[in-house]
Ligand binder design. Structure first.
Ligand SMILES: [Zn+2]
Length: 120
C-alpha cells in the first residue's frame, strides 16, 4: 500500500506549514492526485486518517481531486490522455512525447479552524 508513504510525505509538509503559519486545528485538506499515482481513494482516506493520528492534523478531512493523465507531443503539439497511454505520438509518430499532467501529488488547499475569532 504505497498510499501510506504518499500520505506521510504530505502530512510531513503540512505539519511544517502548520508550525510556520501557526495554524489551529486543520479541518480539511484537498489533495490533487495524478492518475499515474494509481491511488485507491478508500486506501488513501484510510492511510490519511491513520497517519494523522497523534499529529496536529488529527481529525482532518481529506478530499481527493483526480488529475487525468495528459501526454504532449513536442513535435506536432498535440496532446492525448489515457485512451492512448503510449509515449509515441499517435498523430505524427514522434517518440519524444512528455507527460505534462498525471504525476501530481499536490496540496491544493487547506481549511484551518480559526482560533479565537468566532463568527456568530
Ligand atoms: Zn506528434
Amino acid at each position: 500500500m504505497h498510499e501510506f508513504s504518499l500520505v506521510s510525505a504530505v502530512i510531513d509538509s503540512l505539519e511544517d506549514y502548520s508550525v510556520q503559519q501557526g495554524w489551529g486545528q486543520v479541518k480539511k485538506v484537498t489533495l490533487r492526485v495524478g492518475a499515474m499515482r494509481q491511488v485507491i481513494p478508500e486506501t488513501m482516506q484510510f492511510a490519511f486518517k491513520t497517519a494523522c493520528e497523534g499529529t496536529t492534523l488529527a481529525g482532518a478531512e481529506l478530499e481527493l481531486v483526480n488529475v487525468p493523465i495528459v501526454i504532449k507531443c513536442p513535435q506536432c503539439g498535440r496532446a492525448w490522455g489515457e485512451e492512448h497511454m503510449g509515449m509515441i505520438c499517435p498523430y505524427c509518430g514522434c517518440d519524444d512525447a512528455q507527460m505534462t499532467q498525471g504525476m501530481e501529488l499536490d496540496i491544493d488547499s487547506v481549511e484551518v479552524e480559526d482560533d479565537g475569532e468566532k463568527e456568530d
